[in-house]
Design a protein around this ligand. Structure first.
Ligand code: GLN
Length: 337
């Protein structure tokens, strides 16, 4: 049942970024500010992630006209981890549509950590949203393809189209996480027992573990984000990856849930949809304007990159990206009311 059946044509986010040189300058400034913060710890529950250099820090802004601004280690590869959830969700929405996916996977924050089992139990087997592990597993299970191999091929191809290049699997991270992901296997089997996964749950965990192990850079994340900012067209390749409505739906889910139980604080400070991953990446989307990609491995307690949050908060403010910020409309013939 669609509780909002009378939706009409959508308005779109408006405004533009400052000129090219100014954006370049501000990206450097955001990087410098982030560097000052050495808080947080590198994730180690997936053993291969613990080896990351904690000092790495890259920032990239991809404008919807395809222009890129980078600072620091924006070309260093790391595993995409949970950020993949946002893009797989978009691909599944493209296939199944708005209402079906909301009913099946949900759009509300659990208020609990990303790998919570109790969240599933508290909600009678409903995963609640696609950005926590349970919801992401339920979403990956819905990817098109008759076999796990075909589903993986669809995920790999879809994420690569968002990035505008063929992403490669990090074999070491994939092997390391496959050995240690008992909790995700438990979640998938729990969801199967509630009828929320209708294919082999362990095959779903394998595809999910692969999607999390794809290697990206901060630059890739910015381009992937810019695709969601640009009504579903990759601004670098010009290819349409998903529809504009799917972008809108995905960004709404990210605003509510992209930074797990810290999503409210993130939205309050930054005012944009974003998604983090435990390897240290964050993608942020300013609809109609740009995608922001950051990489820095030290994380806060919820699993979100500390430097990435700092740099993105700065960019949101100085570039005027917060979707909740408005100014009084200048009325004809005079001063604002
Ligand atoms: N692959 C990771 C996991 O399933 C992703 C988690 C994350 O990035 N928060 O635990």
């Amino acid at each position: 049942m669609d509780p909002y059946p009378d939706a009409v044509a959508q308005a779109v986010s408006t405004g533009s970024l400052p000129g090219w040189a100014r954006v370049d300058e501000l990206v450097l400034e955001a990087h410098t500010r982030g560097l000052a913060d050495a808080d947080g710890t590198v994730a180690d529950y997936i053993p291969a992630l613990a080896a990351a250099d904690p000092e790495l820090f890259g920032v990239c802004v991809a404008e919807v006209d395809g222009g890129l601004h980078t600072a620091g280690d924006a070309e260093v590869e790391f595993s995409i981890q949970s950020i993949s959830k946002a893009f797989v969700y978009a691909l599944v929405c493209e296939r199944l549509g708005h209402v079906a996916v909301r009913e099946r996977v949900g759009v509300n924050n659990t208020g609990l950590s990303f790998n919570s089992v109790i969240a599933v139990e508290l909600n009678a087997g409903h995963p609640m949203n696609p950005m926590v592990n349970a919801g992401a597993l339920a979403t990956t299970a819905l990817v098109d393809g008759g076999t796990p191999a075909a589903q993986w091929a669809a995920v790999h191809d879809g994420l690569s189209r968002f990035a505008g290049r063929t992403l490669e699997l990090d074999d070491e991270v994939y092997a390391s996480e496959s050995r240690t992901n008992g909790r995700n296997r438990a979640l998938a089997q729990l969801l199967e027992s509630y009828g929320r996964i209708e294919v082999d749950p362990l095959a779903v965990v394998d595809i999910y573990t692969r999607q999390c192990s794809l290697r990206v850079t901060a630059r890739d994340l910015a381009v992937m984000g810019a695709t969601l900012a640009d009504g579903g067209v990759n601004p670098v390749t010009g290819e349409r990856v998903v529809s504009a409505q799917v972008c809108r739906d995905t960004l709404a889910v990210l605003a509510a849930t992209g930074l797990y139980e810290r999503s409210g604080e993130w939205l309050f400070e930054i005012g944009l949809p974003g998604k983090s991953g435990v390897a240290g990446g964050i993608v942020t989307v300013a609809p109609g304007k740009a995608g922001i990609g950051t990489y820095a491995p030290r994380l806060d307690r919820a699993g979100n990159s500390v430097r990435g949050q700092r740099a993105t908060a700065h960019l949101s403010r100085v570039l005027g990206l917060n979707v909740f910020a408005s100014a009084v409309h200048p009325r004809a013939g005079g001063t604002p009311r």
